[in-house]
Unconditional design. Sequence first.
Length: 701
Amino acid sequence: MKVTVAESSGFCRGVRHAVETAQKLAGPGVYVLGELVHNPLVTEDLSRRGIVTVETVEEVPCGSTLILRSHGVGRSVYEQCAERGLHVVDCTCPFVKRTQKIVQRAAEQGKSVLIVGERLHPEVIGLIGWSGGDTFVACSEEECATLSAGKELAVVAQTTCPEEIFEKIVKFVSKGREKTVEIFKTICYTTKERQEEAEQLAKNSDAMLVIGGANSSNTNRLKEICSRYCANVFRLTDASEFRSDLLKNFKNVGIVSGASTPDTQTQEVLFKMENNTEVNATNVMDEVVAKMEDGQAKLKKGQLVTAIISSATDEGVAVLLPFFKKETLLEKEELECETYNKEEYAAKAGEDIEVMVVSTNPVKISQKIIAKIKEEEEKIDAISNGEEFDIVCTGFNKGGLTGSMGTYTVFVPAKEIRMGYVKELDKYVGKKLRLKALEIKRSDRKKEIIASQRVVLEEERAAREQAKAEREAEFFANVHVGDIVDGKVERITNFGAFVSVNGFDCLAHISDLSWTGVKSVNEVLEIGKTYQFKVLKVDEQNKKVSIGYKQLQPQPWDLVSEKYAEGDVVHGKVVRIVPFGAFVEVENGIDGLVHVSQISHEWLENPTSVLSIGEEIDAKILVLDPANKKMTLSIKALLPEPEVTHVRSRRDEEGRGERRQRKSSRQFRDSHDDEDVHEWSEGGIGGASIAEMLQNKNSDQ
């Protein structure tokens, strides 16, 4: 008889972690919610160690320790534990945790959730506890009949769900559906490998033994798969159910066990097969047992094993490993101690010691590496739950960037490096990458993290945009036209300044900086300094706010009455000349009018005959009217009265024509009383309107 034991038989990583954690915590005041794993032998072992199995949180005394099994629980269970002050030891499988987060996120987005799996399985019950409502469970097309068609749908799988069932249901629910269907293939990769191995082994065997707890879902699934390809499949809970007549006349026998089946159960079945004289076990059976004895069958690289200290020598500590009939040397260099003391370890004979398998052929074990590997695995668990990590890129290939983190290789696909296409991958070699895991592959042959930096960058951008939107909403809720605000000048342009007001950029246009007008913003404001501004306009829809600086400054005419009075002599510059007079700039923003009649004692036909633009003159204030922004000046008031009045004219003709001209000039001057120069307006900036100019021109004619 040839006996073949599936390589992936026995505890999966999640179950092994849960069992080992429970064994370490064993003692009074420790409870587990439901069966830790679906295996009665494991449950009995934990009970002997003092761990109490309960069905509800209410059964656990306040302040006690409660272990949550690898299947996971709903959100409400964590809330109940917090209310009772329990110390929670969460042994939920990382693959299950990932599925829980997907379900929770989909529910928060208002989507329906379809869980492909067994409705009464603890893992599925726990997933429902994260959905918050619109959730469906199905393991066949018929069960999807009541699925709502009016909402977007997210589909996940129980981690032990057969791939073909998942694919079949996904195809069914996606067909003809108008709303989006988001697919998450959350089947545990170790489950898939185990099922594929069982299928292959069943195809090549005359009979199959499937070992595991009667209520183990994944073990029962293995039996279903084996039954499709092998006519003789026997389901064993443990070695006590094995009968000598089961395997008569079979030449090739395959053995598989579920993820919740301890290695010792499979070993006991093998030993019973070997010792039963009615079973024709050939040398092949001896080889199977021999492999178990030398670690080639059951020990795997990276596996944690609890060994028993047997003795100590100068080379190290001899230990007994499970399935081994002879001692294995744990070299002193591989012990977790500063200085090796042979007598100290000899006194520990009979005590347990946890070691890790470094290699299987030959078998080499280490205690020192455990702390490092455990730290790494804790980091990997955190990464699988969405924690960010970083590596230094050490290489690249056609598909993306490569690197490593501990014993894991890391691969970043080209499309996941950043937002946008990356052409020159070699430029990333030697650079630090900030990543989040997309997928983690853990097997005896390969440990790999497929990761994305783009996800990190997108999350940061989304966070920045969200924070900006919140700041803007708060800003616009508290800013109003007319408000006086403090603002820091951040940037200056030729058309104005961008000013930060409570973190929001507002524009102070150059026309709103000074009443007198400026050519450059730098004449009024300085980058980096804070000033007070007045809010002029708020446009929330377009996210724009206009502010002004001059609106908080006094206008030039507001101070005129404090500086000048009628009768004062002022010095100014001629800035404009019009037919009826000249405008003189007394100071920036303050212009006064010298009427043509107030320029000289002589009659002038045109002011340009005696004045020019830019000429500086002294004049006396005749009329000062700040309210109407008017100042009437006189140059001739500062000039001495002439003895004889002469009239300047362009014509210098003889005789009667000259006399007629002088007579006409006198008549014109007499018809224009000095009071006429009082009625003019500069519109606030020192100037006469076109209408006023034309009116005065017509009157002169």
